[in-house]
Design a protein around this ligand. Sequence first.
Ligand code: NAD
Length: 494
Amino acid sequence: MKYTGEALGRDLENVRKYYGSGKTKEASWRESQLKGLHNFLVEKEEEILRALKHDLGKHYVEAFRDEVGTLMKTLNLASKSLKNWMAGKEAKLPRIALLSSAEIVPEPLGLVLIISSWNFPFGLSLEPLIGAIAAGNSVVLKPSELSPTCSSLLATFLPTYLDNNAIKVIQGGPEVGELLLQQRWDKIFFTGSARVGRIVMSAAAVHLTPVTLELGGKCPAIIDSLSSSWDKEVAVKRILVAKFGACGGQACIAIDYVLVEKSFSSTLVTLMKEWIKKLFGENPKVSNTIARIVNKNHFMRLKNLLTEPRVKESVVYGGSMDENDLFIEPTILLDPPLDSAIMAEEIFGPVLPIITVEKIEESVEFISSRPKALAIYAFTKNQTLQRRLVSETSSGSLVFNDAILQYVADTLPFGGVGECGFGKYHGKFSFDAFSHHKAVARRSYLTDFWFRFPPWTLNKLQLLEVSYNLDYLGILLVLLGLKKSKRSLFQACN
Ligand code: NAD
């Protein structure tokens, strides 16, 4: 549907009114919407997989692994946990608050906007939507215009599975995004680039709207010279799949580049060459095991990065491209110049630079001197190196001996720090991202702290002092006149 600002404003007014009726707060409504999403995934699975193949060339199995499967997992968890998440949680009060009780009650934020990216068009749209619904909000979802078959599938079918009074899908590109950002929201959840993230944040500032920004960046992987051949093989397979096997490297938590000791680099390259063929086939273009580049613009961006003369010289594997098929062969670079564009910007494609260091410990300094990453991966059994990475680097996530897998762990918060965004979601964190945690306290009329009321005396000050320290013996001593305050200034004023 093509929107004008006025028509959009009217529609949103109706959604707000509906939210105001309290319907979306009911547990039964939330359950029915989660069930609706579940049915959508089950009944439209084939169309979803086809759309992902059409827009991004994702293999069906990869698409199930990364989108439909993970979403089913999240939906199961949300449905099973909903009552528990919605329930207020008792907050312990100190004993001095006699005859009082307190709890933390989650409440929905209201009308929320979700803007998502094209590389996981279902995952990145529906994963936050599950959290928003579970938390009882009404939602407008704007998927990306760059995966149009997927966006249109969401816009066509979601209204037939979900309550269209509270949940809307609006298609469009930057101009529709800007129109949406002019409206007042109770939360904006954005997945995309830092450039647009800045636009989102300044629009949100007008209404002091809280935002979650899920952005990108360069995610490094360190590979230590692992001693056993089994460990080396497992590490190489995991690295290759985390680079080439998730939307062809067009993933925010894909490995961007690898750091390795110089003495291990040629063994690593040999292993990678062998395993690229085993995993993706002798001819990955024909075997269709690698997703395509999303469009011509991104293809040209990657081509320009790769064809910079100094970078081209560093190609040790792959490098072939087919513009008509938007295909780039899995490509390995050995020591491209650190000041080249490919080492400065997020690659977001199937090109893997390997950067050598004299000693693997130098990689800690290499990483910590660059902008904070969404994820850091380290394939090492060296406990000292692991400890140093935990304490000396900062990133959204830090994974030892695997990559990307953190995305499916519901118990881990998924989100960035620094330039790669802020806020977190997945599992219960998604529910929290779309909730306000209200402090609710209840007091009795029977007890009170007389010393919190004026007129002020030194004795009241002494009682406040010991009370805030939860010094129960001190309270008794002050009451009995056996403890005096050392506050000379107050005594002077008194
Ligand atoms: P993008 O910022 O270009 O677009 C993201 C969304 O914003 C799209 O829906 C787009 O239509 C919309 N948009 C674009 N211009 C807008 C404007 N002026 N006003 C309002 N909305 C606007 O990003 P992209 O190309 O879709 O995604 C690539 C980037 O996203 C990469 O940097 C990647 O790392 C990051 N990303 C992050 C995550 C994560 O979970 N952290 C996941 C996927 C992608």
